[in-house]
Design a protein around this ligand. Structure first.
Ligand code: FES
Ligand code: FES
Length: 471
């Protein structure tokens, strides 16, 4: 990554002032899960300054007022996944958030980043368009509302001006009797980029006829849109497999009409039709389950709503961070990652460096108790926060029960994945001391192991969780 200046506004007004000052040479950073990969990949186009909005509490809220949900751009995918308010009023958005990456990515990646990155595979955008979302863009010139469907120019490009910041995403919650679904096709269950996805909503009248239908495919069109010809086929009809199959075929026809026939059409045409049919069937079936929920209207974590103020308009910064319970201070370049800070500046080499693109999980640490990929966190962003690494598991020379259990169950072979596995497992056990196998496999879905086949790792975590590991 090229060096850059780094600024941390404490309010949206300060953020707008920074964007006005630096114009197109500035980039906004929040979770950073997409941006850091981009900056590493193409350092020649690096920004002059990063504007870190992650410490603006007003942007990190979920509110419900008179049936309208208002979501701040800093709300993470994990928070969307587990928010009781989102599960109740926009279950398809919750389901889409749960389908993003793996726990480490969901704990850092934000809904605002998913929208403004404008990748056609963005999982939260089809549900938001189906929900009729409007986004609020703010600059020092004022604010404006833009329908989300009108925000995008083409893949990776929005109509937002360089001095504008996304401050809110708002939409009416779905009625309690509406059915909603999000289905995604990827190459694997976790850490998967959508090959195709479909968000759908169906509302039926008292005679079981479809009164309202919304269908929005993802990764199928250059930008997202409701497919009204298919929606119109459904309205006034009784739900049926044949009807939904026909609607699926219609969506595929529209895709071909819009994009033409390409090399991938032979595959996408039938598969998109099937996904639409499945999504519509789910809409008229029992509600989507997204796991545990956290009641209350705001997000799950208040971690980023910290009162710590950190300023650096230079290419170096001096930061303080609690690492394994001990206060540490370091002066580092602003383009240092948390992974490099730990390994190179603080000498904590237990955390491993693998892919550096958020896919292997070897670099997993706990940031304020949540597992994150330290290769995708900038060091300046952890100023004033608490980090736990694998070295922090040991207490007074005694191994943690998880470490003992990994030894007893032969869960470490080459050992390269083990620190990351242990940290993901620690986060799980701290929250859920008696996890099921499914809980464990979900918790470690962002950690790849090339040696063990995972069986012993799952067993080790289960054994440590039920307290049967040696003290
Ligand atoms: Fe960070 Fe692979 S996920 S090194
Ligand atoms: Fe070798 Fe997991 S033990 S990668």
């Amino acid at each position: 990554m090229n060096p850059f200046e780094f600024t941390t506004p404490a309010s949206t007004e300060e953020a707008c002032a920074s964007l006005k000052e630096y114009g197109s040479t500035a980039r906004i950073i929040a979770g950073g899960t997409d941006l850091l990969i981009e900056l590493r990949r193409d350092s020649s186009k690096g920004p002059k300054v990063l504007v870190d909005i992650s410490r603006i509490p007003a942007l990190h809220q979920i509110r419900v007022s008179e049936g309208t949900l208002s979501i701040g751009p800093l709300v993470t995918h994990s928070e969307l996944q587990f928010s009781g308010a989102v599960q109740r009023s926009a279950s398809l958005l919750s389901a889409a958030a749960a389908a993003v990456g793996a726990p480490q990515i969901r704990n850092r990646g934000t809904i605002g980043g998913n929208i403004m990155n404008a990748a056609t595979c963005a999982d939260t955008v089809p549900p938001l368009i189906a929900l009729g979302a409007v986004v609020v863009l703010k600059s020092s010139r004022g604010t404006r509302d833009v329908g989300l469907g009108d925000l995008f120019l083409k893949p990776y490009q929005t109509k937002a001006q360089p001095d504008e910041i996304l401050t809110e995403i708002k939409f009416p919650g779905l009625p309690a009797d509406a059915g909603a679904a999000f289905v995604k096709l990827g190459r694997r269950n976790a850490l998967s980029i959508s090959r195709l996805s479909v968000a759908a909503v169906i509302q039926r009248d008292s005679q079981n006829r479809i009164a309202d239908a919304r269908i929005v495919p993802g990764a199928a069109f250059p930008t997202w849109q409701r497919i009204t010809p298919a929606e119109q086929m459904l309205v006034g009809e009784q739900p049926s497999d044949a009807l939904f199959e026909a609607a699926g075929r219609k969506v595929s026809e529209e895709m071909i009409r819009c994009s033409g026939r390409r090399w991938s059409t032979e595959y996408k045409e039938p598969v998109l039709a099937v996904l639409v049919r499945r999504a519509l069937m789910q809409c008229v079936s029992p509600a989507i389950q997204t796991g545990r929920s956290h009641d209350g209207s705001d997000g799950r974590s208040g971690a980023q709503a910290t009162t710590v103020t950190f300023r650096s308009h230079h290419r170096y910064c001096t930061l303080s961070v609690i690492v394994n319970g001990r206060s540490r201070t370091a002066t580092v370049p602003t383009n240092r990652t948390l992974l490099a800070l730990l390994r190179e500046d603080l000498g904590l080499t237990g955390t491993k460096c693998g892919c550096e693109i958020g896919e292997c999980g070897a670099c997993t640490v706990l940031l304020d108790g949540q597992p994150v990929n330290s290769c995708l966190v900038l060091a300046p962003q952890v100023h004033g926060r608490s980090v736990t690494t694998v070295e922090g598991l040991t207490r007074e020379g005694k191994l943690h029960p998880l470490q003992l259990s990994f030894m007893e169950n032969d869960a470490a072979h080459c050992g390269f994945c083990t620190p990351g596995m242990l940290m993901s497992a620690k986060a799980l056990i701290d929250e859920n001391p008696a996890p099921t196998e499914t809980d464990i496999r979900t918790a470690i879905s962002g950690n790849l192991c090339r040696c063990t086949g995972y069986k012993q790792i799952v067993q080790a975590i289960q054994t440590a969780g039920d307290g049967s590991a040696s003290p």
